[in-house]
Design a protein around this ligand. Structure first.
Ligand code: NAP
Length: 344
């Protein structure tokens, strides 16, 4: 298939910067435009200094956006949907990283985002962008909605168990811990260095928005608490589930191997020894892997499933490029081969 002409809207933010880093090296992509209202006219490396010497591209304003094949939208939620009809006129394919088109109904959007959806008739046109679950739909899709970062970590950890109805859904408790880049690049009191550095801050013990997506995908609500850590990138989801039947670890392995054995970006991580015997987000910085491991509680029917990823990669830009590759029948791993760093 021919090269795709691609533009990024909201390219001065963290997910936009990560997409730039990936797409500039993607062999089937020609980068056309990158928008930023604050930095229009300025070189992109001024905002993303890791790209210094890599590209001479400059930001343009949204008003200057021209037609292209695929638009990646990296805007705050609420902002993507405001201009969606215009974006649809400009590009045949859209991958939206915001939360605006993740939920299937306007009622769910109102519930989790606290405002009415502006284009409820468009909700059904977006495929939820987790390739491991919806690869076939993504292949046929014109529009994909990137899944939330925490939601991706939880859904990938729990989907095989929920799909086979092996656990009591109402007793599922999840703790998600995430780095500061989850919050985007606008400074706030909470992100101010003396306040953020070194924190283990419980910021959403209940009511996190991503529960809506998780509930929609798993078919049941889960009890989720979210904690902010003093790291920049990374998510660790610790999921406590209670098994209906006394499954041993070999059977649980089989369930995950059947679900994910041929997935290029899921690794089962469960070693007997060593400090990295279970998933650890530190090892995944810059990579598109989601690592999943588990441990059976010897004293009862509790199973602890642990998943880890880089929120800006498998939780955002990496997963979006994976979906892009699937939509265009490119090899799924194209542009996503970087394995992460060690030590880091
Ligand atoms: N960070 C993550 O880990 C993560 C993971 C998954 C999904 N997401 C979602 O991805 C989207 C982008 O996240 P991010 O972390 O990249 O955010 P960010 O760092 O805050 O960047 C947001 C971008 O949107 C632009 N923007 C802000 N307000 C705007 C407005 N009113 N009109 C037009 N453009 C505006 C900003 O550029 P200018 O102000 O320069 O125009 C900036 O480029 C969000 O919806 C977020 O929820 C984020």
């Amino acid at each position: 298939m021919a090269e795709r002409r691609v533009s990024i809207v909201g390219g001065s933010g963290y997910t936009g910067g990560e997409l730039l880093r990936l797409l500039l090296f993607h062999p089937r992509v020609t980068l056309v435009q990158v928008t930023s209202e604050r930095f229009a006219g300025k070189p992109v490396y001024r905002v993303h200094p890791n790209l210094r010497g890599v590209t001479q591209a400059r930001f343009c304003s949204l008003a200057e956006l021209e037609p292209c094949d695929t638009l990646f939208l990296c805007l705050p939620h609420g902002k993507s949907m405001e201009q969606m009809p215009r974006f649809q006129r400009l590009a045949g394919n859209i991958i939206d990283l915001s939360g605006d088109f993740r939920l299937a109904t306007p009622e769910a959007y109102q519930k989790w985002y606290g405002r009415p959806h502006l284009y409820p008739e468009l909700l059904g046109e977006f495929v939820y962008g987790i390739p491991e679950l919806y690869r076939r739909n993504i292949q046929q899709a014109r529009y994909v909605s990137g899944a939330g970062c925490n939601a991706t970590a939880v859904i990938l950890a729990l989907y095989p168990l929920f799909q086979q109805q092996l656990v009591y859904p109402e007793r599922t408790v999840v703790e998600v811990k995430g780095g500061s880049s989850e919050g985007g690049n606008s400074p706030s009191e909470a992100s101010h260095h003396p306040e953020r550095n070194g924190v283990v801050r419980s910021y959403k013990p209940t009511g996190h928005r991503h529960i809506g997506e998780i509930e929609q995908t798993l078919g049941h609500p889960v009890h989720l608490s979210a904690t902010a850590l003093g790291i920049v990138r990374g998510i660790l989801a610790t999921c406590h589930v209670f098994l209906k039947q006394p499954l041993d670890e070999k059977s649980i392995w089989r369930i995950y191997r059947n679900a994910y054995g041929s997935e290029p970006f899921i690794r089962m991580v469960k070693e007997r020894k060593g400090i990295y015997r279970l998933p650890e987000p530190k090892l995944l910085v810059g990579s598109n892997f989601c690592d999943i491991g588990f441990e059976r509680d010897a004293g009862g029917n509790r199973l602890v499933v642990i998943s880890a990823m880089d929120n800006l990669m498998k939780g955002a830009a990496g997963q979006a490029v994976q979906a892009f590759n699937i939509m265009h029948r490119f090899p799924e791993t194209l542009g996503l081969e970087f394995p992460g760093l060690h030590p880091v």
